[in-house]
Design a protein around this ligand. Sequence first.
Ligand SMILES: [Zn+2]
Length: 259
Amino acid sequence: MKENIVIISGAGISTNAGVDNFCSFSGTGLSSQSLFHSSAYCILERAAQLHSQLLTIFTSASTSGPTSLDSLMEAWAQRGRIRRHYTQNIDCRSDRLPSLSQRTIMLHGRVDTLRCSIRPQHTFRVTAESFSHLINDRCPLCEDEQKQRELEGNRRRSTGSLRSNVLLYGECNPEEPEIVAAFNDDLHRPVDAVIIAGTRLAIDDLRNFVGKLYEKAKSDNRKCLIVWVNRESPKIKNDFEIDHVFLGDCDEFTLAMAA
Ligand SMILES: [Zn+2]
């Protein structure tokens, strides 16, 4: 049994919880890259489509129970076996897994948080119910600051509006310093296994990170086991060897691990 496990997860781990996969959106006529692009905030209709899809994800994630893979990851986290869980998912499902959530880094933002369009440090947690009411509203923190400035006789400043805190294509990640710090921390500690679950690992930075973990283990004369869990076989050009490829459902992988 491996300790010091790094898990990198994607949309495939949420499928069995009933949360729509990013690749399977229909009805908008847009690809996920177009739907989830920062330019959506330049066109009212596109922003409405984006918010509608985000609310669908938020609602389905809020009402879903844990999958068997969730339970396995939580059990591993409770036993201190998970060094880190990096997820590309925005659905915040890992929040309901108390030990795993402490080890989870959400790479692409959170569907349960709104952020000010002008001052990204202004963020607000919402529920699936309050999301629709608050999205596009004037930022309450900007308004509070405005009142204070008026009292102090200062000139007015622009007030932002509340937008989604999900990372969109074409924009910089406000969480990047935290993510880079976690990457660096993991590269300076022993990692015995990397499990790539429910993602094609198409993002260069993530693929390079796995390559660096693999190389670091090699230079330390250790073995870092790389496990691929997905319905699709790996089609990536990588700098590391994949030791085990489990082709199938992420939850079937859980059964295989238990056997
Ligand atoms: Zn604001």
